[in-house]
Design a protein around this ligand. Structure first.
Ligand code: NAD
Length: 487
């Protein structure tokens, strides 16, 4: 079966999903296909009253279904049934994912939809295995720590991997016994709506997952400032993360998890396998056209191998051929919007104006849609926005060093600390630098996650607070109570 599809022929859901029912609203926010620039179905923007309705519905569903107090294995079984339906509908979900986003449909099936199902299963398994804890006390007492769901989690997701990002929020929240009000990005709303609808078909009580559509300032703020939201779980830019912290401080303090931006360094030493390294660096910046939080956007290389590595990398970059996300064969991804493409290009131009050299790329593809060439920039000033700002595009800077100390100094970023990569055959150096690098994730002689969902992901410094994935993400969806009893 071919996965290719005609975007105009796809039926797109475009209404809030609250209490298991679609609720229409005026179609206020335009949605565009970045592969072609064509307009897709516009979506409504939930105001405070609509968010209020979703929060009340979530709370009522928690009470009527007793979800948080069910046999944990019953929660687990419902979530596995949900994952079964996601797998069964993989092609359709992948098309809903691909149509408005930068995800090629062929990759969306395996890399997004099936991984989403797997992550839901992964979190479901915690439901009946992770409990509280009996703590050491004297014989005169008994002390224990019990764990409880928060209640209603307010989740907000970005556009770059709509389904996976939703799974990272919904999976642990539901397994731990919570209900969720989730706002997907206004640029990529469709797949999340179908994901939620499938949860009800799988027997997860209606009202446990509610999707409100809208933008950040209106709908996002109404969620994070809502007194009925017990915890906020956000993935997106550091700028929006800061606005959310401010809103939470102003409207009533509540816990939050923030997964934010990055500017991840990739350190290459002279003893590294340069072909393997070039493959990894390519994989670190070209998938999804570099639009992912852990993109390896700062390549930092031992001067002795810099020229050879730049050539190998440029050859790999040149192989990427763009294709609309609805083509059957996976191609190089579009940039999510013309606005974002203009921003990427302006950062590249500014670097060149300051004396940087374009080693390859540096311009848009001459074709329909928002496609930008994989780009490598050398000779960049350390203060340049190309080094300091998250570009969120297929653009990597290329800096050189002479000593390990210099490499570490270049790797350190004043604000971000999401991920880092290391390429060397020297085990001692790898272990030493793994300790020294300020990042929530370090990869050695590889790039990127595997399907080891047990490894938490999240940033140090301004790259975030708390973790998604792993046991940590499950624990972050419960609150604990310390109990001490005199016997
Ligand atoms: P964004 O911050 O513009 O938007 C993310 C979401 O937040 C959207 O749903 C948006 O509508 C909403 N939003 C925006 N302002 C808000 C506000 N003031 N209050 C509440 N909600 C608000 O980010 P984006 O462009 O959609 O996504 C790209 C960013 O996400 C990048 O910075 C990337 O690094 C980051 N990201 C991080 C991770 C991670 O795990 N650390 C994963 C994926 C993406």
């Amino acid at each position: 079966m071919t996965l290719a599809f005609d975007p105009a022929a796809l039926t797109l859901p475009a209404a809030h999903f609250i209490g298991g029912t679609f609720i229409d609203g005026p179609e206020e926010i335009a949605v565009t296909a970045p592969s072609s620039g064509q307009a897709l179905r516009a979506i409504p923007c939930a105001d405070a009253a609509m968010v209020d309705r979703a929060v009340e519905t979530a709370r009522a569903a928690l009470a009527s279904s007793g979800w948080g107090g069910l046999m944990p294995r019953d929660r687990l079984r419902a979530m596995h049934r949900w994952a079964d339906l996601i797998e069964a509908e993989a092609a359709h979900l992948a098309r809903l994912e691909a149509v408005a986003s930068s995800r090629p449909v062929a990759q969306a099936v395996t890399g997004d939809v099936l991984v989403t199902a797997e992550q839901i299963r992964f979190f479901a398994e915690f439901a009946d295995k992770e409990g509280g804890e009996l703590v050491p006390t004297s014989d005169a007492q008994m002390g224990f720590i019990s764990a409880h769901p928060y209640g209603v989690i307010g989740a907000i997701t970005p556009w770059n991997f709509p389904l996976s990002m939703a799974a990272w929020k919904l999976g642990p929240a539901l397994a731990a016994g919570n209900a969720v009000v989730l706002k997907p990005s206004e640029m990529t709303p469709y797949s999340t709506l179908r994901l939620a609808e499938l949860s009800v078909q799988a027997g997860i009580p209606a009202g446990l997952i509610n999707i409100v559509l809208g933008d950040g300032p209106t709908t996002g703020s109404a969620i994070t400032g809502h007194p009925g939201i017990d915890k906020v779980s956000f993935t997106g830019s550091t700028r929006a993360g800061a606005q959310i912290m401010e809103n939470i401080a102003r409207t009533g303090i509540k816990p939050m998890t923030l997964e934010l931006g990055g500017k991840s360094p990739m350190l290459v030493f002279a003893d590294a396998d340069l072909d393997l390294t070039a493959d990894c660096l390519d994989r670190g910046i070209t998938p999804n056209a570099g639009q992912f939080c852990v993109a390896g956007s700062r390549i930092i290389v031992d001067r002795r191998v810099a020229e050879e590595l730049a050539e190998k990398l440029a050859a790999r970059f040149a192989r990427h051929a763009p294709a609309p996300t609805w083509a059957g064969e996976a191609g190089f991804s579009p940039i999510i919007s013309e606005r974002q493409l203009a921003r990427i290009d302006s950062i590249v131009r500014a670097a060149v104006d300051q004396g940087a050299q374009i080693l390859c790329g540096g311009e848009r593809f001459d074709r329909e849609g928002s496609f930008y060439r994989p780009t490598l920039i050398g000779g960049v000033d350390a203060q340049s926005p190309a080094i300091r700002e998250e570009i969120f595009g297929p653009v990597a800077t290329f800096q050189t060093f002479d000593t390990e100390e210099e490499a570490l100094a270049l790797a350190a970023h004043p604000t971000y600390g999401l991920a880092a990569g290391l390429f060397t055959r020297d085990l001692s150096r790898a272990l030493r630098l793994t300790r020294a690098l300020e990042a929530g994730t370090v990869w050695v002689n590889r790039y990127g996650r595997t399907r080891d969902h047990i490894l938490p992901t999240g940033g140090w410094k301004a790259s975030g607070i708390g973790k998604d994935l792993g046991r940590e993400a499950y624990l972050a969806n419960r609150r604990t109570k310390s109990v001490l009893i005199d016997l």
